[in-house]
Each structure stands twice: as structure tokens, then as C-alpha cells.
Design a protein. Structure first.
Length: 298
């Protein structure tokens, strides 16, 4: 192996993962218009001191598209609401409406089609010195129709301080239910150790099966060939190589996770897997594996 080829391999091993990450970020599909339109509505036309109100995010999915319930089933992600409220106000969890059972191939999911209201109770403080208040929410959801697209929208609504009369949108809100008594079964709130063990076992089995998938097996074969080439070196050298390979995997995944979580916390609707819908990303992966294959030929 010539010094030029060694230098080329080193450059490829350093810059290929960074370039791959860059292509992943820029090749995520960007759509001028969401497939789900969202709006923020209020059950009341005004707010009163010390009296809770309900705001709601109204999702209107286009024909053929759907969003997901808090427990989506075999696939999907639930809608998330990030509130920016005035000082002293507080938002409760989403009061999820009853979902529909949706069949997606062999998978069973739970979600919503058409118009869906996600109501949230807002706690009002006992003192309201201002004449009106602005409530802002950023909604993030996953919408699917053969392909899945993460979408988001930021909305706000301004409500005056006054008599909390029903608004024009009050009829869209469900009737308030009486709070249910807590379960008397202590096992209902605990984690079943057997169920946890079964779940971990299937997770391990899934990881083993993943190793023979087309997206993973070629990488393992390339690394196996690399280890075979180093069989003539001392055991300490081979061990260092294996440890460096393991640390490189952990570091790469931690870096990707950090970037994704940072973008999500910043309000971007982004997730892992959507890049596989991009022709540019697929083309780059073909090129990358072809180059890696050239460098590991025996």
C-alpha cells in the first residue's frame, strides 16, 4: 500500500462521517406547506383571575394524512406542545381525545384524521395586572401517508381580562369530565419485572437481527476484513484498534443524538430515519460504500 493510499484512507475515515452528517441534515425534506394545518383556539373569550381556562391546538390533516395519539402503537410519534406563557400561568398535559385505530401495512397505530382538537387546561394566577395576555405554543407532530414527515408550527392567541364567556370555538371543546379516583391496585402503577425482562430480551434479539440487515451487514463485513488484515500485528495493536473502533461508534452516535436533541429542543421537527426518503442522501450512501469497498479489497 502506497503512502498516498494510506493518506487517502485516513482522510476518508475522518471526513466521511462528518460529510455524512452534513448531508443528512441538509437532505431532510423541506416542504413549503404543512400537510396538517394548526391553529390555537380558546374555549373562553376572556380570562378571569383564579379561574382556569382551556386552550386547544386544532389540527386539520389533509386527506389521507394522519397524526398520532400519545401512545401511537407500533409506529409513529405523539404530538408535542411547547408553551410560552406569561409569568404565573401554567399549562397542564394534553387532554387526549379518543384515537382511531389505523392500519399501516402490518403495523397497527393509533391516531387522528381530519380535524382534531388537543385541549390543554391553563391555570390562571389570582392577580392579573395587565389588560390582556398573549399565549404562545409551538406544536410538533409527525404526519404520515405512506411516508412520514415531521412538521411544526408556532401559534399565539391574545385574550383580554374580563368575564370568561364562551367563545365562538367553545363548541369544539369536549365536555369536562369529573376526575376519576386513583387506582386501588398498587401493581397498576409499578413496573412488572417480568414484563421488563421480556422487553429487554426482545430488544437484545432485535439488535442481533439488525446486524444481518442490509444497512448493517456490509459495514460489519468491511470491519471484519480490516481486522483480518491486522491479524499479523501484535495482539496489543489489534486490541487498541478494536477499542478505537468501539469508541468511534459510541462517539458518532452520541454526536448525532446531541445534534438531533438540540435541534428538537430549539423547535425543529426533526428525527432519525427521515433522511432515507431523500434521493440525495441515498446517492451519497451508495458513493460512500463504494469508496469504502475499494479501500478494503483483498
Amino acid at each position: 500500500m502506497t503512502p498516498a493510499s494510506i493518506k487517502y484512507r485516513r482522510l476518508l475515515s475522518v471526513f466521511a462521517p462528518l460529510f455524512l452528517l452534513f448531508i443528512f441534515l441538509i437532505s431532510l425534506p423541506a416542504y413549503a406547506e404543512n400537510n396538517v394545518k394548526a391553529s390555537l383556539i380558546s374555549e373562553n373569550s376572556a380570562i378571569t383571575t383564579g379561574k382556569d381556562i382551556r386552550l386547544g391546538v386544532l389540527l386539520d390533516a389533509a386527506d389521507g394524512w394522519h397524526t398520532y395519539y400519545k401512545e401511537p402503537g407500533d409506529a409513529g410519534l405523539p404530538t408535542k406542545l411547547n408553551w410560552q406563557l406569561p409569568e404565573g400561568f401554567a399549562a397542564a398535559e394534553i387532554d387526549w381525545p379518543e384515537p382511531l385505530k389505523i392500519a399501516e401495512g402490518d403495523l397497527t397505530t393509533y391516531g387522528y384524521v381530519g380535524k382534531t382538537l388537543l385541549p390543554v387546561t391553563i391555570t390562571i394566577p389570582k392577580e392579573l395586572p395587565e389588560k390582556s395576555y398573549i399565549f404562545t405554543v409551538t406544536a410538533q407532530w409527525l404526519t404520515c401517508n405512506q411516508i412520514c414527515i415531521p412538521e411544526s408550527q408556532t401559534m399565539n392567541i391574545e385574550l383580554p381580562v374580563g368575564e370568561a364567556l364562551p367563545s365562538e370555538s367553545a363548541g369544539l371543546f369536549p365536555a369536562k369530565e369529573k376526575p376519576s379516583l386513583p387506582s386501588a391496585n398498587p401493581a397498576a402503577s409499578g413496573i412488572n419485572a417480568i414484563t421488563l425482562l421480556i422487553t429487554l430480551s426482545f430488544a437484545l434479539l432485535g439488535g442481533l437481527v439488525l446486524n444481518v440487515m442490509p444497512c448493517v451487514l456490509p459495514v460489519l463485513s468491511l470491519k471484519t476484513l480490516a481486522l483480518v488484515k491486522k491479524s499479523g500485528h501484535k495482539r496489543a495493536h489489534t486490541a487498541k484498534y478494536g477499542i478505537a473502533y468501539m469508541l468511534g461508534i459510541l462517539f458518532s452516535f452520541a454526536t448525532v443524538a446531541f445534534i438531533l436533541i438540540s435541534l428538537q429542543q430549539g423547535g425543529a421537527a426533526i428525527g432519525w430515519g427521515f433522511q432515507m426518503q431523500s434521493p440525495a442522501f441515498i446517492g451519497f450512501m451508495v458513493f460512500l460504500f463504494a469508496q469504502m469497498g475499494k479501500q478494503h479489497r483483498i
